[in-house]
Design a binder for this molecule. Sequence first.
Ligand code: HAM
Length: 428
Amino acid sequence: MLQAPRGTEDILPNEQVYWQKIEKEFERIVSSLGFGKIATPFFEYKSVFERGVGAVTDVVEKQMFIVKRAGTFDELDTVEEELILRPEATAGIARSYVEHGMQTWPQPVKLYYFGPMFRYERPQKGRLRQHYQFGLEILGTNNPFTDAFLIGLVKTIYQEIGLSNFIFEINSIGCPNCRAKMKRAITNYYKPFKDLICSSCQNRLSKNPLRLLDCKQEKCQPFIANAPALIDYLCPSCKEHFKNTLEYLEDLNIPYDFNPRLVRGLDYYTKTIFEVVPQDKSAALGGGGRYDNLIELFGGSPTGAIGFAGGVERTILEMKKQGIRLEPTPKPDMILIHLGDSAKKKSLSLLFQLQKEGFKVSLSLEKESLKSQLNAANKLKIPLALILGQKETKEKTIIVRNMLDGAQETIPLKKLTNFLKAKLEVQS
Ligand code: HAM
């Protein structure tokens, strides 16, 4: 039997309520605050991620899905470069910002997105090869006020989705000057333990030393716990930015855990970085931070920016863990039952008329007896049944049955809409 590829999921109708809840709440909140939706391609040229995310990151080194063209190179396809399924959206959005001259738009440009990302990871719970993110990017501002605004907004989004018991872990990795000092400090600190850490960390030591702080291997944990705190290497201006950000968060009453060893898996970050972590400190629900140098890497002028992305699947796992139960697809207000051929024909046009008027209507598409259709309505707790027989079709009437007490009334079709509205209002 064929199966969905490893690390991917089919999202079936009963699950969709959770997806819709996240997407709808997210869109409602961010669009009310002036964010515009952006959709960038699911695949981009490789250099977007090599340049943006960083060539020496797990995401680019180990987790890229390379898109192979089946045919020969198209002569119109002038860039002879590999295409990659996007592992994340920020690099593509930075590319788009420069490509479309968004620097000339009123700044900052506030964007949001919702869509799939692809990472060739080892699949496990909450770690997929295709996952969805809801994300925000604010481009064209250096102000720490924006950092607090974004974190406050992320808090609101998770709360409106229904989550509680999550915390922001926050740190600053400074500007490239600070980072050079941090890298030196981490490298010097780890040198004496080189033979005691895992092979990936040994490898990272020369290539990307800050990533040692993010290792999940058991044997590396004691070294992480005693590693130098990155904040000690911030230059005065980055320190000031971080201090201001934390003060704004305190003013906003946003609880946070300052984690001096927090680092992120993508290389574009500068200054503030943060993650949303559930109470049991299992995998992060979302993460983000500043990336003040990314636009320049794509050929734009210096542009301060900050963003965030939440993982949809992990958020749903957490919603369920926190006991949030959502009803699958809304229950119909009524079931339309037809008996006999002429009623059957009439029932379809009546169904579409009722649907247009805003009612939620169910209709049996199979040949079923009155009894079995009424039983189905009872089981689904549908409040009203509309019964259309030969006699009613001829007389242009319909029977409306209250499923709670079995009371029935015959109503002229002309008066049906108003009658149903009044009936449903009384029942709601
Ligand atoms: P990220 O931390 O790599 O950040 O991913 C954001 C979130 O996506 C994670 O916290 C997690 O919930 C979810 N996620 C990531 N990988 C997987 C996976 N393999 N399976 C399931 N869920 C996953 C970014 O992608 C940045 N672009 C965020 C950002 C936006 N920074 C600035 N702007």
